[in-house]
Design a protein around this ligand. Structure first.
Ligand code: COA
Length: 191
């Protein structure tokens, strides 16, 4: 499928672009894999109507709110164009614009190739050099070692432990709570 690509960021192997209203099926398919959803919903897929009526409209509204600079972005392999999942770099809905959350959700077929690290590194660089961001944080479940490993490879540091939100108590390992990692612009510049 050919997209009229609205590119946000390029890395060596990936292109990140803004989502469009036509992308619901990509998100539905991504969230239908129990392995992808393991530490997010306990493996439950996201209902297609939730993606269509809530998630995708929110993503697109975010581009307006943050002028296309921040939000959630579709990632594709440059070689062949396959959709591999998404990355996000976004403030809290009502939060300051110089603090952004980093996140990632990749298709299982794309795991283990360093893509999450590569995309996240490029997002940190963009955040701190081009977008006026002062601090980036990321949160995950304590037991999500794959996700924590990426945060640690990015030189983010463990800042806090967080309680499990009530809607995630069904997830395996939720009794161990969550973790929050942070990196400031100064820390990023010093590595
Ligand atoms: C977590 C996720 C983004 C990792 O993506 P990825 O592209 O495979 O990550 P990378 O290849 O860049 O790096 C993975 C690193 O973590 C390691 N790793 C991967 N899975 C791991 C696991 N289950 N436990 C420990 N380490 C793991 C890899 O060995 C690699 O480390 P290395 O480079 O030091 O050898 C991907 O598995 C995913 O999308 N999972 C489902 C959604 C999710 O949980 N998102 C995070 C929610 S907070």
């Amino acid at each position: 499928m050919i997209h009229s690509v609205d590119t946000y960021l390029e890395t060596e192997r990936l292109t990140l672009r803004r989502f469009t209203a036509d992308d619901a099926d990509l998100l539905i398919e991504l969230d239908s894999d129990a392995a992808v959803m393991r530490y997010l919903s306990g493996g439950q897929p996201t209902a297609p109507e939730i993606v269509r009526e809530r998630h995708l409209p929110n993503i697109i509204a975010g581009y307006e709110r943050w002028r296309g600079d921040l939000g959630l972005f579709a990632a594709h392999e440059k070689d062949g164009g396959a959709f591999i999942g998404w990355f996000c770099l976004r403030p809290e809905p009502q939060g300051p614009l110089d603090e952004a959350e980093l996140g990632y959700r990749l298709r299982q077929a794309a795991w283990g190739k360093g893509y999450a690290t590569e995309g996240s590194r490029a997002l940190l660089a963009k955040a701190f050099t081009g977008l006026g961001v002062r601090m980036v944080w990321a949160e995950t479940m304590t037991v999500n070692h794959g996700s924590r490993n990426i945060m640690e490879k990015l030189a983010m540091t463990l800042a806090d432990t967080i309680p499990t939100p009530p809607d995630m108590e069904i997830v395996e390992g939720s009794e161990h709570g969550g973790v929050r990692y942070e990196i400031t612009k100064e820390q990023w510049e010093q590595q």
